[in-house]
Design a protein around this ligand. Structure first.
Ligand SMILES: [Zn+2]
Length: 191
């Protein structure tokens, strides 16, 4: 899938097409798939942008690269770009739970959660609910964490009744322990 590119961190050539990470510095190539915390310099953020743009141009169906580009736009604080791309991804991949996750991330990361408009908060609640429903067991805790954040920081904060979508997600018995020991890249962005 990915061919003839260099590591965005150290510049070493990827040793085979479809490689998941750099054999020299262990930097992951698909950031949204990496479970461990990694620090990315500003310089390499730009290189990641170039890498993902190239991949998505060659192969528009490469979902993980598209999603990773949303992550990079958020990290670079290019919120309008993250907004447009995450919207488009959701239209193109309506069955992918990660499309919902990163659409939510785009909506929540551009400002403080408590400062959302009510209509936006309700939209996010709906997205969390749908993403959670489509998610594998492994992916569910991230949606639960987001439901908690939205419930506390928006709805409780403004004394607005928590929407059923959020109550429903919070009512499912999901193991969030792994998130506490191994924070997800999405949750770490919200801080
Ligand atoms: Zn490298």
């Amino acid at each position: 899938m990915i061919e003839g590119f260099n590591c965005p961190n150290c510049g070493a050539p990827a040793d085979h097409a479809g490689a998941k990470l750099c054999t020299y510095c262990s930097t992951p190539f698909i950031l949204t798939r990496s479970s461990t915390q990694i620090s990315i310099t500003n310089e390499s953020l730009g290189k990641y942008t170039d890498l993902y743009k190239r991949i998505t141009k060659d192969d528009p169906d490469f979902f993980d690269a598209q999603i990773s580009l949303v992550l990079i736009y958020i990290k670079r604080k290019l919120f309008p770009l993250a907004d447009n791309l995450s919207k488009k991804i959701l239209e193109d991949f309506p069955d992918e739970s990660s499309a919902y996750l990163w659409r939510v991330m785009s909506l929540l990361s551009s400002g403080e959660i408590r400062k959302l408009k009510l209509s936006q908060a309700r939209e996010v609640a709906q997205l969390i609910h749908t993403g959670f429903s489509l998610s594998s067991e492994e992916g569910q805790p991230e949606f639960v964490m987001l439901a908690k954040r939205l419930g506390e920081e928006y709805f409780n904060n403004h004394s607005v009744v928590i929407p059923d979508e959020i109550e429903e997600v919070l009512g499912v018995d999901v193991d969030t322990e792994y998130l506490e020991s191994n924070q997800s890249i999405a949750i770490s962005i919200l801080g």
